[in-house]
Write a protein that binds this ligand. Structure first.
Ligand code: HGY
Ligand code: MN
Ligand code: MN
Length: 398
């Protein structure tokens, strides 16, 4: 089965009629369907499938063991996301295994395809939750207590899906099996369009984090409350949204976004009592916290002006990552020196990079758009990516 064919099999899973694109979140029905699809396809390739206590799925080609060559990505999406972010890496890994088997290759090292849980943080708010739990880079108690928009905790959702929440947490034995990790991913930008290549090798991932701003005021009647008598949290929230863009514009190469803003109670004729917004801030190097501090000052000033209060909580943060130099050079050498690309998008490979030699391959996205239904990859480039992945996996595992 080609990678395109595998993607075609899940094309209808988790379509979001309201937003467009796909909504596939940790432990929800579409994600469970995708887990089942992956398991069936992996078993069909003779792989042994098991799921770790953090919800990451491992499909072993031969017995598990140390110095394993591991590849994979994720199957969950952002709300209204594209078809390729995550699934392309998983489908390409399965297609690469099938292609290697077809040409009679057998790995001389332990070999696994992995699907990491909750990479987007689309339900519980922390990106790369599965790989952070595996590596112990998130406290297990904090993870258990993460809540979704309905107030359901990760522990409750995990238990409902058959996992033991008490076992969630660092898994040094399993992490210790990984010798090298390579993730293939759709490019989330325009680099390869301008470079005229279907595939690139990843070089770096810029620092990025998420902060929750909670503005509190006085809920009241929209018609019976004079302006002078209001403490409307929507005002400082709005001021913060514009301050994010204004302040980020002054920092070289900064990206800062408010894509999620939730007033409570959210009535048309109601002055909100609280407004929550989430900041996604990313700056190469060490400047992200400084930018966020400036944004917090602006939020506090705007809140005070309106007689409101604001609390800010850091929900996640990852430093800059530079992928393993030797592996990056090997990947490039084995693929005829394709372009190397930095990225502003986070990945499980970047979490693992702090523990094992990790690398990435990117596949051209002619729209340059991601985290949106327009995300795309041509079938020819999808197959070029899967073939490139097969090439590097064969070199790593022989
Ligand atoms: O948000 C990111 O950069 C990634 O898509 N999780
Ligand atoms: Mn993504
Ligand atoms: Mn992704």
């Amino acid at each position: 089965m080609t990678a395109s064919g595998l993607l075609g099999e899940i094309d209808g899973v988790g379509r979001d009629r309201k937003r467009g694109g796909y909504s596939r979140h940790a432990f929800d029905a579409p994600e469970q369907d995708l887990r089942a699809w992956f398991g069936e396809r992996a078993l069909g390739l003779g792989l042994d499938v098991d799921t770790d206590h953090n919800g990451n799925i491992w499909a072993w080609w031969g017995p598990p063991g140390p110095d394993a060559v591991v590849t994979g990505s994720h199957l969950d999406s952002v709300p209204g996301g594209g078809a390729f972010d995550g699934p392309l890496g998983v489908a390409s890994a399965l297609a690469a295994v099938e292609a290697l088997q077809a040409r009679g290759f057998r790995p001389t090292k332990p070999f696994a395809v992995v699907v990491f849980a909750e990479e987007e943080g689309g339900r519980f708010g922390v990106p790369c939750l599965g790989s952070r739990l595996l590596t112990g880079t998130i406290d297990a108690d904090k993870a258990r207590g993460l809540r979704d928009a309905d107030g359901v905790t990760f522990a409750e959702a995990a238990a409902k899906s058959g996992f033991d929440p008490d076992r969630v947490g660092a898994d040094p034995a399993r992490l210790g099996l990984i010798g090298k990790f390579v993730e293939l991913h759709v490019e989330q930008g325009r680099g390869l369009i301008d470079l005229g290549s279907p595939v690139a090798v990843g070089s770096t991932v810029i620092a990025h984090g998420r902060w929750r701003f909670s503005f509190a005021g006085q809920g009241n009647h929209a018609g019976a409350t004079l302006l002078a008598d209001r403490a409307d949290p929507m005002l400082p929230a709005a001021a913060t949204v514009t301050a994010v863009r204004r302040l980020a514009a002054g920092v070289p190469d900064a990206r800062a976004t408010v894509g999620r803003l939730v007033p409570t109670p959210g009535g048309t004729n109601v002055i909100a009592s609280t407004v929550d917004l989430w900041l996604d801030a990313r700056v190469p190097g060490t400047a992200t916290p400084e930018l966020v501090s400036e944004i917090v000052l602006a939020a506090e000033a705007a809140a005070a002006e309106e007689g409101c209060r604001v609390t800010v909580t850091r929900e996640s943060y990852s430093d800059d990552v530079v992928f393993d130099d030797a592996l990056r050079r090997d990947l490039g050498g084995w693929l005829g020196a394709p372009p190397e690309l930095p990225t502003g998008a986070g990945h499980d490979a970047a979490v693992l990079a702090g523990f094992v030699p990790s690398g990435m391959l990117y596949v051209r996205n002619p729209t340059g758009i991601s985290h949106s239904p327009e995300e795309f990859a041509e079938a020819g480039d999808v197959e070029a990516g899967a073939a490139a992945l097969a090439t590097v996996l064969e070199r790593l595992a022989r």
